[in-house]
Unconditional design. Structure first.
Length: 136
């Protein structure tokens, strides 16, 4: 089994797509006005309008209500990512910090309040966990 995508439901697809295009440098594929995908070598981030939720079942999802999941983006240099994002991201949770599990991590929130972690392995053990995964 492979995880194919992570989907965020939002009331403002255009704003969320613009945010993720800016912070990732990846152009979204607009499959439909209510749906977009940012495709990376290791997975896809899908962004869907909350107007699509009734197709899934009553109250199956709610935009802007997440406080239990973080999106993790492996980057070459988290400090450079921080410098690049300072002018365009308004909600920093914390600046680059070394974590006990061997990553240097930067946490921000997207326009809907979802937590995003940009990280770079800084120890050999952390680097080995990601060495076999494809990168851009």
């Amino acid at each position: 089994m492979n995880l194919a995508a992570t989907r965020i439901f939002t009331d403002d697809v255009d704003a969320l797509v613009a945010f993720y295009e800016q912070v990732t440098g990846i152009a979204a594929a607009r499959v439909h006005p209510m749906f977009a995908e940012l495709r990376t070598p290791t997975g896809t981030l899908a962004i869907a309008s909350t107007a699509t939720v009734p197709l899934l079942g009553a109250d199956a999802a709610r935009g802007g209500a997440n406080r239990s999941v973080a999106l993790d983006f492996l980057v070459d240099d988290v400090d450079e990512t921080y410098r690049a994002l300072r002018g365009g991201v308004s909600a920093f949770v914390h600046q680059p910090t070394d974590m006990p599990w061997g990553n240097r991590s930067l946490l921000v929130r997207d326009p809907d309040g979802n937590l995003i972690n940009f990280f770079t392995p800084v120890t050999a053990a952390a680097g080995e966990r990601f060495a076999t995964r494809p990168q851009e």
